[in-house]
Design a protein around this ligand. Structure first.
Ligand code: NAD
Length: 544
């Protein structure tokens, strides 16, 4: 008999499988103090929580029998993943299940802001009858720009088309076939796309690239009189710039379910001057009975499988794996992830293929092309490179277990192979192909455990993949590096280190500058426009 402890309020219907399972005893204990929780978890084989229970090392120690911790929902900030992995405890979540709920709220927000429904409701309740104040905008025949055509973005597209809207998308990473199948037109320039749309709705994750994506400059590109909807994540839109755009009439309306700070105390969007144009809700995108039931059902289904020793989905960690590796192997894992991140920043298109090649004795004890189902089919280094590649685009929620499944969903073909090591004892190569580009890198870990990138696109180079890296390819002529250095100096950005790679006779070079801080967008725009440069990308490799 497995004992499952539930410490937070979970949708009853979503727990049905748990109650019906013959070999499971379900214990619901809500509002426990810390001491009561340590006591209750003592005999539990599994724990089901939401975000309100801190699953830290102490709690995991108290739960000596714990095999699974299940989080009903997506975020696992309240769970110490490292501590769970060390103890061999599987952590599950439910990343899907709320797509329809978020889609339907988005449709509601589009209609609410276009027809001023909340304002009309408030006015009528005040005893007024002012129909002239609530002149709305028709959706039929209007253009809708969807930023991020993932799960929610594509299901918004289908519904908007049913309303007779003309739908465009901006999502450089999406498979062309998917866009075509949805009957959506893809635009590759965000500012150009913003200039065309009557309605703009955001469905991207919050990543380094999407943070403040809709800033003052982007808002100034927006078609005059457009409406902006954000039901994705706070922080993607600059709220102050958005309030300004509303005041100046550049935007006709804005509807936000998510906020830079939640709860949004003192948000510029609360300004009474723009109250007639703004609709705000308290992050209720996933709040439908059905979605709450679905996320609980997904977690419960996988939890039962995991307890019964059957294959399960949506695990966030890989218990034991990293723990059983040597320090050098773990450094290679971290190197692979960073190589994936660099590749994602350089090839800003849908990735069709990723090849990971391993050479040297370190990789020999790992089996290639494992005969398992996803996500267990690849070598840990391949999985780590995939995780890096996808987390730049899909956010920090991508983990080693979900990365292979997400890659399949995104149409990325994965190949792994082994070859002979030459110059370096152990070497890892990552090669990426999109429809128009190819990019490759070799990396190694020195005997002292230092990660290095030693080749980029066939150019020998040597840099440490850490911190802020400005990577660029240039015409190999005098003065280019000096010019970039001066430009960075003008903006007070210090260069900590720089590495150059040249190929005889090519006339081209590759440079990697390690910066002490991020380079502002203006510098990157200037650098990218410089005639001496072929391409330039700023890569953030801070963090673990
Ligand atoms: P998804 O991963 O299926 O799709 C995200 C899409 O964004 C992908 O197609 C990706 O290629 C694209 N993308 C990433 N970076 C981009 C960039 N820089 N420019 C353009 N496109 C980019 O995610 P999803 O399940 O559709 O969720 C979308 C968003 O909605 C997420 O931020 C999620 O957290 C949020 N969400 C909010 C609620 C809510 O309660 N309001 C509920 C569920 C999800």
């Amino acid at each position: 008999m497995h004992r499952v402890l539930i410490t937070e309020h979970i949708h009853e219907e979503g727990l049905r499988d748990l109650y019906e399972a013959p070999n499971i005893e379900t214990i619901v204990r809500l509002d426990l103090s810390k001491e009561e929780l340590y006591e209750a978890v003592k005999d539990a084989d599994a724990l089901i929580t939401r975000s309100g229970t801190a699953v830290d090392a102490k709690l995991l120690d108290a739960g000596k029998n714990l095999k699974v911790v299940a989080r009903v929902g997506v975020g696992v900030d309240n769970i110490d993943l490292e501590a769970a992995s060390k103890r061999g405890v599987i952590v599950l979540n439910s990343p899907t299940g709320n797509t329809l709920a978020a889609t339907e709220l988005t449709m509601g927000m589009i209609i609410a802001v276009a027809r001023k429904i909340p304002q009309a409701n408030n006015s009528l309740r005040k005893g007024e009858w002012r129909r002239e104040n609530f002149l709305g905008t028709q959706l039929y025949g209007k253009t809708l720009l969807i930023i991020g055509l993932g799960r929610i973005g594509s299901s918004v597209a289908t519904r908007a088309k049913a309303l007779g809207m003309e739908v465009f998308c901006y999502d450089p990473y999406i498979n062309a076939k998917k866009v075509e199948n949805l009957g959506v037109r893809r635009l590759d320039d965000l500012h150009g796309a913003l200039a065309l749309a009557d309605f703009v709705t955001i469905h991207v994750p919050l990543t380094g690239e999407t943070k403040n994506m809709i800033d003052d400059e982007a808002l100034r590109s927006i078609k005059k009189g457009a409406y902006l909807i954000n039901c994705a994540r706070g922080g993607i839109v600059d709220e102050r710039a958005c309030a300004e755009a509303l005041k100046e009439g550049r935007l006709a309306g804005a509807a936000f379910d998510v906020h830079a700070v939640e709860p949004p105390k003192g948000s510029p969007l609360f300004d009474p001057e723009i109250a007639a144009k703004v609709v705000l809700t308290p992050h209720i995108g996933a709040n439908t009975k059905e979605a709450q039931q679905a996320v609980a059902e997904i977690v419960v289904k996988n939890l039962i499988k995991a307890l019964n020793g059957e294959p399960y989905e949506n695990a966030v960690n890989i218990p034991y794996m990293e723990n059983r590796m040597t320090l050098q192997e773990r450094e290679f894992l971290s190197l692979a992830r960073r190589m994936g991140m660099i590749a994602a920043c350089v090839v800003k298109e849908h990735i069709a293929k990723m090849t990971v090649t391993m050479a040297g004795p370190l990789f020999e004890e790992f089996e290639l092309n494992l005969p398992f189902e996803l996500p267990y089919r690849y070598m840990p280094f391949t999985t780590a490179a995939l995780k890096g590649l996808l987390e730049v685009r899909l956010g920090p929620e991508v983990n080693a277990m979900s990365a292979p499944l997400l890659a399949k969903e995104q149409g990325v073909s994965i190949f792994e192979s082994r070859t002979e090591a030459r110059t370096y004892k152990n070497i890892l190569s990552v090669e990426i192909k999109s429809q128009n580009k190819a990019f490759s890198m070799d990396g190694t870990v020195t005997e002292e455990g230092k990660k290095r990138i030693v080749r980029v696109d066939g150019y020998e180079i040597d840099f440490v993949p850490e911190g802020w890296i400005l990577l660029f390819s240039n015409h190999d002529r005098p003065g280019v590096i000096g010019k970039i250095g001066t430009l960075l100096g003008d903006y007070n950005v210090n260069i900590a280190n720089f590495a150059l790679g040249r190929k005889n006779g090519s006339g081209l070079a590759i440079a990697a500058l390690q910066l002490d801080s991020s380079a502002p967008r203006e510098i990157m725009e200037k650098i990218q426009k410089d005639a001496d440069l072929l391409w330039a990308h700023l890569i953030n490799l801070n963090g673990e």
